[in-house]
Design a protein around this ligand. Structure first.
Ligand code: NAD
Length: 248
């Protein structure tokens, strides 16, 4: 059976790496993004992919992208909700629009795509939502992002219980400190890079390829009974609080 994957936010960073890993594993891949120039460029270089320009916050745009995907590859079997944004700033100072946009893309966009996907997965399937360790712990100046990502985590569990009876699994992956995509500018600062990699028990920042590997691992046949799970891919950093507070 040909495996198919619909990946949102696939023109850059982690989403691109997920699409690439899926192509390497012989999936047919629909790459969704609002960054049309980059989308055109990456799909030209990755065989077995199609460009699906769409905005995940717009139900009609998402339905059109799924129509195009289905015409080309048939019903989607795996859908990755990866599109996301972060708007840094203190909650008291940020314009409300930053809060609304962050919830809209990360949380509502994930719902819109999952809903449209599940309606088309007549033979079952798998939805993976990319959250963040900010679904577990808030971060400095992270704005609405932790609220949005913990919402995605709970949405994943709700989808898992509603869609399980239709043969559709729904899981989440929570990346930690990833040296790619939206965090690349943060880790361009050598001091931040050093402090943060030093705080990770595995002693390094994560890569987009680490997250792509986790997607393929969860989507494999061996994961067929995993449903409603949050797979934290962070080198152990969320558990390292007491490491930062040493005692004699
Ligand atoms: P990125 O900015 O490189 O990629 C995000 C992609 O989503 C971009 O291509 C962007 O154009 C697209 N996008 C944004 N809004 C969209 C919309 N409305 N519709 C369709 N596409 C849209 O960021 P990334 O670091 O690769 O992030 C990918 C996912 O991983 C996000 O959900 C992010 O929250 C999550 N994440 C990233 C990190 C990290 O450190 N990079 C850590 C934890 C979680």
């Amino acid at each position: 059976m040909t495996r198919t994957m619909f990946v949102t936010g696939a023109a850059n960073g982690i989403g691109y790496e997920i699409a690439k890993a899926a192509v390497d594993a012989q999936y047919k891949v629909g790459m969704v993004d609002t960054d049309l120039t980059k989308l055109e460029e990456v799909t030209r270089h990755l065989s077995g992919t199609i460009a699906l320009p769409a905005d995940v916050t717009k139900p009609v745009s998402v339905a059109d992208a799924f129509d195009r995907f289905t015409q080309e590859f048939g019903a989607p079997t795996t859908v990755i909700n990866n599109a996301g944004i972060v708007r840094f700033g203190m909650l008291l100072d940020q314009p409300v629009e930053d809060f609304v946009d962050t919830i809209s893309v990360n949380l509502i966009g994930t719902y819109i795509v999952a809903r449209e996907a599940a309606r088309r997965m007549a033979e079952g399937g798998h939805i993976i939502n990319i959250t963040s360790i900010n679904s577990i712990t808030p971060g400095p100046g992270a704005g609405a992002y932790p609220a949005a990502k913990s919402g995605v985590k709970q949405l994943t569990r709700q989808l898992a219980i509603e869609l399980g009876p239709k043969g559709i699994r729904c899981n989440a992956i929570s990346p930690g400190f990833i040296d790619a995509g939206m965090s690349a500018p943060i880790y361009a600062d050598q001091k931040v890079r050093q402090t943060r990699s030093g705080a990770v028990p595995l002693g390094r920042l994560g890569t987009a390829a680490d997250i792509a590997a986790a997607v393929m691992y969860l989507d494999a046949e061996a994961g067929a009974y995993v449903n409603g799970h949050e797979l934290v891919v962070d080198g152990g950093v969320v558990h390292s609080l007491l490491n930062q507070l040493p005692r004699d």
